[in-house]
Write a protein of this length. Structure first.
Length: 276
């Protein structure tokens, strides 16, 4: 086992990590068991078994091309939309296999929201962006839509910045505001799990800090799973960290333990910058 060492990126070492490693882990919200993902003959994800707890932030780290985003997309059946993609094994939400017979993938994506690397607001007003999902699901009462809009923007830490221009185009917002708007759009349909694929990678440091603060706040109500290339970001916002390499999950555990006492030499080599 590698000797203990200080996490090199953060002043104060392990004390600055998001949550103490000793805190009990809450019940699992999602779990994979022997998950495999194929693109044609290419075996992208290999036999991954992982528990993702409720009301915690789980970070997926690893070098480019290691399978992090592929794994994330398997969690809400996005590979159904990819030609030649095939998923084997199980992915459960509250104990039910989301790939099981009779499961509606649209309902799955309602309960498990996705936020992408680059903000993708619709060419509509801020208000219409937020209430788009509830309208699709049949909500037509204007008063209720107004309440959903405000509640979602408050949760996304954007309300105070846009409350006086809800009828303005969402495309006029800054990049960071657009990303928080996309998060509000997900929150408006009341998901149970929020998946984030490098949500701050295209943002400046100030906008990134706001997204990280938001992620940490969302964990009070949701299971959050985030893909990140930033070791600092994983350490700041996550409770649990899983290290992926060449399609395999090499190691998983409380973030403080993974970063300060990794059990696999490959994990240590990656987080200390020897490769990746």
């Amino acid at each position: 086992m590698p000797a203990p060492y200080q996490f090199p990126y953060l002043v104060g070492g392990a004390e600055t990590l998001a949550r103490p490693a000793s805190e009990p882990r809450p019940p699992s919200k999602m779990a994979t068991d022997g998950l495999n993902v194929f693109y044609g003959q290419f075996h992208a994800i290999k036999h991954v078994t992982l528990s993702l707890p409720d009301r915690r932030v789980s970070a997926l780290i690893g070098p480019s091309g290691c399978g992090k985003s592929t794994f994330l997309r398997a969690l809400n059946r996005m590979h159904d939309l990819t030609p030649e993609a095939r998923v084997e094994g199980s992915v459960t939400l509250d104990g039910t296999d989301i790939y099981g017979p009779g499961i509606d993938p649209v309902e799955v994506r309602h309960r498990i929201g996705m936020v992408f690397q680059r903000a993708n607001p619709f060419p509509k007003s801020i208000f219409e962006n937020v209430v788009f999902g509830p309208k699709v699901h049949g909500e037509r009462r204007h008063r209720e839509l107004i309440e959903i809009c405000e509640r979602s923007l408050v949760k996304a830490a954007l309300w105070d910045e846009v409350k006086d221009r809800l009828n303005s185009s969402a495309l006029g917002l800054s990049g960071g505001q657009q990303q928080r708007l996309c998060i509000a759009r997900q929150l408006a349909v009341e998901p149970e799990v929020i998946l984030m694929d490098e949500p701050a990678s295209a943002l400046d440091p100030l906008a990134t800090a706001k997204i990280e603060d938001l992620i940490f706040a969302l964990r009070r109500d949701y299971a959050v799973v985030i893909v990140t290339h930033s070791m600092q970001q994983a350490a700041r916002v996550s409770d649990l960290t899983s290290f992926f390499l060449l399609g395999e999950m090499i190691e998983t555990g409380p973030t403080a333990e993974v970063f300060t006492h990794p059990t696999d030499r490959r994990t240590e080599d990656y987080i200390t910058g020897r490769f990746g």
